[in-house]
Design a protein around this ligand. Structure first.
Ligand code: AMP
Length: 266
């Protein structure tokens, strides 16, 4: 496994690599990231993982500062997974150049998380656009856990005619149902129990055809959730809001447990 901090050295190394699978991460790796990496390894070619906590996608400085970081453990895991290249840039490396392509920001960016995290998706797309230009990967592996992000990156890649293929990967969960997330590390035992209750409840009610979202919200708050940003039904193809569940819809939720904000779609 080769580790790079310098863009120049990395680009020299991968100049003739035509089959790179790119797995972008913010580190503090967990089973969700592991799944993406294993999937990319299966297809052949070389796997390149980036670890970069992108300051532009945090709308609160405190959230950026408190984001869990654990490079030492991450590198142990990446080595075990036999990742070929790891790129750990600093902010200057990423932001000091003008990308050739501008960011395409689909109007879906204004929905759900876009309403509660101003500038978040602009920040995500800005950095993904830069990474795509630096790495020119054949494929990019992204998780459905961050469905809105996945949708917007796909749209950007389509609209800007970028050749990278998007591989969408299923959400990996803990045994208690909670979607694996770096932010889970900031939850205490009680909060983890509540997060599990929320998942199990939404999973169960997904089988019903008629839902009253306000009643559901009240129930979730009674579990001990501090605040719900949104609880909505969306079509996963068109990303239009719906009132009824069907095979093409998911329940999208974002809620707060103490200072930690979690998202999921079920
Ligand atoms: P992050 O480090 O949180 O920015 O995530 C990096 C990539 O891993 C993104 O494409 C996420 O959607 C994906 N990811 C995060 N959590 C999970 C999960 N529980 N299951 C599958 N993919 C995930």
């Amino acid at each position: 496994m080769k580790i790079f901090k310098s863009k120049q050295k990395l680009q020299k190394e991968i100049l003739y690599e035509k089959n790179i699978s790119f797995v972008p991460t913010m580190g503090s790796l967990h089973k969700g990231h592991e799944f993406l990496i294993k999937k990319s390894k299966k297809i052949g070619g070389k796997t390149l993982v980036t670890i970069f906590v992108n300051p532009k996608q945090f709308n609160k400085k405190s959230d950026y500062n408190n984001y869990p970081r654990n490079i030492k453990n991450d590198l142990i895991l990446l080595k075990r997974l036999k990742v070929n290249f790891v790129y750990i840039p600093n902010k200057r490396e990423i932001f000091s150049f003008k990308p050739n392509k501008s960011v395409f920001l689909d109007k879906v960016s204004k929905k759900l998380c876009g309403q509660f995290r101003k500038g978040h998706f602009e920040g995500v797309l800005d950095v993904v656009n830069r990474f795509l230009e630096i790495l020119n990967p054949k494929r990019i592996y992204l998780g459905k856990k961050d469905f809105q992000q996945l949708y917007l990156i796909k749209k950007h890649i389509q609209k800007r005619k970028i050749k990278t293929k998007v591989i969408a990967c299923k959400t990996i969960r803990e045994i208690n149902g909670v979607a694996c997330s770096s932010r889970n590390k900031r939850l205490n035992k009680k909060q983890l129990r509540i997060a599990s209750q929320v998942y199990k409840f939404l999973f169960k009610i997904k089988k019903k055809s008629k839902l009253n979202l306000n009643i559901l919200k009240r129930k979730i708050l009674r579990f001990g959730v501090n605040k719900i940003d949104y609880l909505e039904i969306y079509n996963v193809e068109s990303f239009r809001k719906g009132l009824k569940l069907n095979t093409n819809t998911n329940i999208f939720v974002s809620y707060h447990l103490g200072k930690v904000r979690l998202i999921d779609n079920i």
